[in-house]
Ligand binder design. Structure first.
Ligand SMILES: Nc1ncnc2c1ncn2[C@@H]1O[C@H](COP(=O)(O)OP(=O)(O)O)[C@@H](O)[C@H]1O
Ligand SMILES: [Mg+2]
Length: 348
């Protein structure tokens, strides 16, 4: 499969891209869970309510958890999961097909050149990029900047695209978007118009909002960035006892797999944040531990640890990446957004 990569095909680019990616990702054909043998619409809606929104999430589900949340016997749950696995049959891509898919990866600039270099050119489509760090470390500011930069033309580090923002903490600020838009020479109202914001009030609500994303992208093919700020806050607030930990992890897994699937299927970038708390009781190793760290760690393609640096700067450390070396860079957050630190002679 060949792709033209010239810039003069803009007018037909969107439809071409959809067709191509769907043929590359033949394994991703959509089977609604209610069409699985043994799943009626009643069970399907229970499943969806519990976060099992598609065959992939059901295929990887735990039978006990499915049995519990759907109030069905465990043998039935097992049977349904087996059907989901069958329907989800993961096709293998040849190395060449895989390379082709990688070629369609697009990048959004963070606003800082050194930060972009750390990430191999910016925040990637087809991947989940996670920033974790303490309160005030800049996780949301990066999200604001990406939601603006995605709208910029390609030569300025953008994708002439739109964004979806799932806000779980109530920290989305239209005024900040406007401020950053003006700094980049965009019309502030238009920039706001190009961002769809979903405020999630519970973890189940968060699951439903993520479930809505394919529909939104089908309506607006310019969507190139999904922000979830933050991924874990509602789960952390709702699931306090250890007894429900497995359930919580299962749901987080479902969301993350859905996000990864959306990233692949629509060639969009997914940026999620994860607040961590300093743990003074941890004597050895990293005193900041990502909440839900292990689960996210297995799914996020790029994990960045953010912390405050000297003189109001921020330090980003690439922790996990399939092909890039680990490394650290310093950037700054000003009223105009994310940028390189201006100083002669870079610090190490
Ligand atoms: N308008 C602004 N001008 C300069 N710095 C800002 C502005 N808005 C936010 N910041 C910086 O960003 C920090 C908050 O970062 P934020 O991304 O909200 O943290 P979190 O990691 O908790 O999401 C503030 O402490 C401040 O340093
Ligand atoms: Mg924040």
């Amino acid at each position: 499969m060949t792709r033209k990569d010239s810039d003069d095909e803009d007018t037909q680019q969107d439809t071409t891209e959809t067709q191509e990616s769907s043929s590359i990702l033949a394994s991703d054909e959509y089977v609604d869970i209610k069409d699985l043998p043994g799943v009626g619409s009643a069970v399907a809606s229970k499943l969806k309510g519990a976060g099992y929104v598609d065959v992939i999430s059901l295929a990887t589900a735990n039978p006990q958890v499915v049995s519990e949340v759907c109030e069905i016997g465990e043998p039935t749950a097992r049977k349904i999961i087996a059907e989901a696995r069958e329907a989800a049959k993961m096709n293998f891509l040849s190395g060449l097909e895989f390379e082709d898919k990688r070629k369609s990866v697009q990048r959004i600039s963070t606003g800082s050149q050194t930060f972009d270099i750390l990430l191999g050119g910016g925040v990637e489509s087809q991947s989940i990029t996670e920033c974790y760090g303490e309160y005030g470390s800049g996780k949301s500011q990066i999200a604001f900047q990406l939601a603006i930069n995605v709208q910029l033309p390609k030569e300025k580090g953008g994708l002439e695209g739109h964004a979806i923002w799932i806000d779980t903490e109530g920290t989305f600020r239209p005024s900040r978007i406007e401020q950053l838009a003006i700094a980049k020479g965009l019309d502030p109202k238009e920039a706001l118009q190009n961002i769809k914001i979903g405020r999630a009030y519970s973890s189940d609500h968060q699951i439903l909002l993520v479930d809505k994303i394919p529909e939104l992208i089908n309506k607006d093919s310019k969507i190139k960035l999904i922000v979830v700020d933050s991924m874990m806050a509602l789960f952390r607030a709702e699931y306090v006892g250890r007894g429900t930990l497995a359930d919580r992890q299962q749901k987080i897994n479902v969301i993350l797999h859905n996000l990864q699937r959306i990233a692949d299927r629509f060639n969009v970038a997914v940026y999620i944040t994860n607040q961590v708390m300093a743990r003074p009781d941890v004597l050895f190793g990293d005193p900041t531990v990502a909440v839900g760290g292990h689960i996210i760690g297995h799914v996020a393609t790029y994990r960045i640890y953010l912390r405050k640096g000297k003189k109001g700067t921020r330090v980003a450390k690439l922790v996990d990446s399939p092909s890039l070396p680990e490394g650290e860079v310093t950037f700054q957050i000003t009223s105009e957004g994310i940028s390189d630190v201006e100083e002669e002679g870079k610090r190490k």
